[in-house]
Design a protein around this ligand. Structure first.
Ligand SMILES: [Zn+2]
Length: 87
């Protein structure tokens, strides 16, 4: 038996309204430090851009931040074995 599987992406904003429109684009945006994405059709992509345009105008790009403090702290803590092997 030969089978073919097709994956179809549907526009997320349209899906919310119970409409199935094929997605032609992926819209990426960041919210509270997390990059998120939405499958969108051409129409919704333009809508998204229009919505974000003023925000982009008065914002600035963020440079990559350093590793979160938690990760750095664990690296600096010496292993108990290493500390007792000096004698
Ligand atoms: Zn759409």
């Amino acid at each position: 038996m030969v089978t073919e599987v097709f994956t179809r992406k549907y526009c997320d904003p349209h899906a919310v309204r119970d409409e199935k429109v094929e997605a032609t684009d992926v819209v990426q945006f960041a919210w509270e430090g997390t990059v998120r994405e939405v499958d969108a059709c051409d129409e919704c992509k333009k809508e998204h851009e229009a919505r974000y345009e003023p925000l982009v105008d008065y914002s600035r790009p963020v440079k990559k931040r350093r590793a979160p403090k938690k990760a750095a702290a664990t690296e600096e803590t010496p292993a108990p074995e290493a500390a007792s092997s000096e004698e």
